[in-house]
Design a protein around this ligand. Structure first.
Ligand code: PSV
Ligand code: MN
Ligand code: MN
Length: 431
């Protein structure tokens, strides 16, 4: 049996913090009550919030220049689940894991599922990978995968996606996320329309293989690795393809996959309006697909996105259930700390957006009172909801002070001993 942080340790760590938390919680509770907000209801809502962790996020990431592995990195999918399980144990906000094939080598799905069960973890969407060749692969993805000029390459990429669905079925996943790096580096390299026609042709075959209760998430990205034109570069292309494919196809929004200054919350509103929002890959960025920790650069944008999501929840009711996942690359931090912290920042945006006084906002909008409408949003954003997040975690059995609890548990040092460094550590090296 490998080392796990005991629940007793977490609770004893909480003991010295609970009195302070209770008084901060009470103070915030009275403040919110003056505006007719019930802190208990909000705390319950926070407890119900969940965002999936990416298996690849458990290893140290890297850039095209270098990767600086940390100690005790997970060496296989079982160890990645251990780390994701620890993130959920302390944060109580990440009950599912998203796998990426074939980075995650699964030879026995039943055994892996049992391991996940031992952590009370489920599986979120599975991700396919046709953006790099695998050892001994018969055909090359150098000039694209699902859109390649060669039918043999396209067939290989389609077959891989169908294998991902099969594996996901065995694990209890309900969606396949498809991101392809296909595109061109030079004008003239590709017939722009032809490439998209081939994409749709390939995707139709994958769509056919989806079980009735599955969905396929189309993930767009502006550029990289293709630097002149990318086949699925934007939400418009993604939306058109999802429309062509059918009800089970939806558009996935990775926050880092847009041009700087793009109004992502508006994209979210559009996709919701037309029933095509699949969900998110949360991360933050300054320049491109930086894959930095969620909420670390632009928390207001994250809040505004959740403002649209809460509005959607009210309009659409319980059928509105987008998939939330972190997709980050941790190059200079301990991945477990980054994943825990990011999950809570996404949860923070969710709770802050839940605080918006929607009747008041609608009234200010109707009377064109721009100043007061903007202030209504800002008031919610500027409310420090930390006591609600901490209390939600505490009541669910997590750690009030996650990062210090994790550090004091000695988890990473234990893993350094259990998992001696191997040349082939689990970080994808992909950014
Ligand atoms: C591509 O940049 C991406 O966001 C896709 O989701 C990939 O599957 C993932 O990153 C891999 O790190
Ligand atoms: Mn992504
Ligand atoms: Mn990305």
């Amino acid at each position: 049996m490998t080392f796990r942080i005991s629940d007793d340790f977490v609770q004893s760590h909480n003991q010295s913090r609970v009195a302070d938390l209770q008084s901060d919680f009470d103070a915030l509770g009275s403040k919110l009550a003056r505006n007719g907000v019930d802190i208990e209801a909000l705390t319950l809502r926070a407890q119900g919030f969940a965002v999936a962790t990416p298996s690849w996020g458990a290893g140290t990431g890297g850039t095209r220049f270098a990767r600086f592995p940390g100690v005790g990195e997970p060496r296989n999918v079982f160890e990645k689940l251990d780390d994701c399980g620890t993130v959920n144990q302390l944060s109580q906000a990440t009950p599912t894991v998203s796998l990426h094939f074939p980075w995650d080598k699964v030879s026995d799905a039943k055994e892996l599922k049992q391991h996940a069960d031992s952590w009370k973890l489920g599986f979120d969407a599975v991700n396919s990978n046709t953006f790099q060749n695998q050892p001994n692969q018969a055909e090359s993805y150098k000039f694209g995968s699902l859109t390649n000029q060669s039918a043999a390459v396209r067939d290989l990429a389609v077959a891989h996606n169908i294998e991902c669905i099969e594996l996901g079925k065995a694990l209890g996943s309900k969606a396949l996320t498809v991101w392809v790096g296909d595109g061109g580096n030079f004008p003239g390299q590709l017939n722009l329309r032809g490439a998209l026609e081939r994409y749709l042709d390939s995707l139709k075959q994958i769509y056919q293989a989806l079980p009735d209760d599955w969905q396929v998430f189309l993930e767009h990205k502006l550029f990289e690795p293709a630097f002149y034109t990318t086949v699925i570069a934007d939400w418009g292309t993604s939306f058109a393809c999802a429309q062509q494919l059918g009800d089970k196809a939806k558009c996935l929004v990775d926050l880092g996959h847009h041009a700087p200054n793009t109004n992502i919350e508006m994209i979210v509103a559009r996709l919701v309006q037309f029933g095509k929002l699949a969900g998110f890959h949360f991360n933050d960025s300054k320049y491109g697909d930086d894959d930095l920790d969620s909420g670390s650069i632009n928390p207001f944008q994250l809040f505004l996105i959740f403002n649209e999501l809460v509005d959607a929840e009210i309009r659409e009711g319980s059928s509105f259930n987008p998939a939330y996942m972190l997709d980050q690359s941790h190059n200079v931090t301990d991945p477990i700390e980054s994943l825990m912290g990011s999950a809570i920042e996404v949860q923070r945006a969710f709770v802050q957006a839940s605080l918006v006084d929607r009747d008041q906002l609608a009234a200010y909008q109707a009377s064109n009172d721009v100043m007061m409408a903007a202030r209504t949003l800002r008031r919610a954003f500027q409310t420090d909801v930390t006591p609600i997040l901490d209390m939600a975690r505490f009541r669910s059995g997590g750690a009030i002070d996650m990062i210090n609890c994790y550090r004091e548990s000695g988890y990473r040092q234990q893993k350094a001993e259990e998992r001696p460094a191997s040349k082939n550590a689990s970080g994808s090296g992909i950014v």
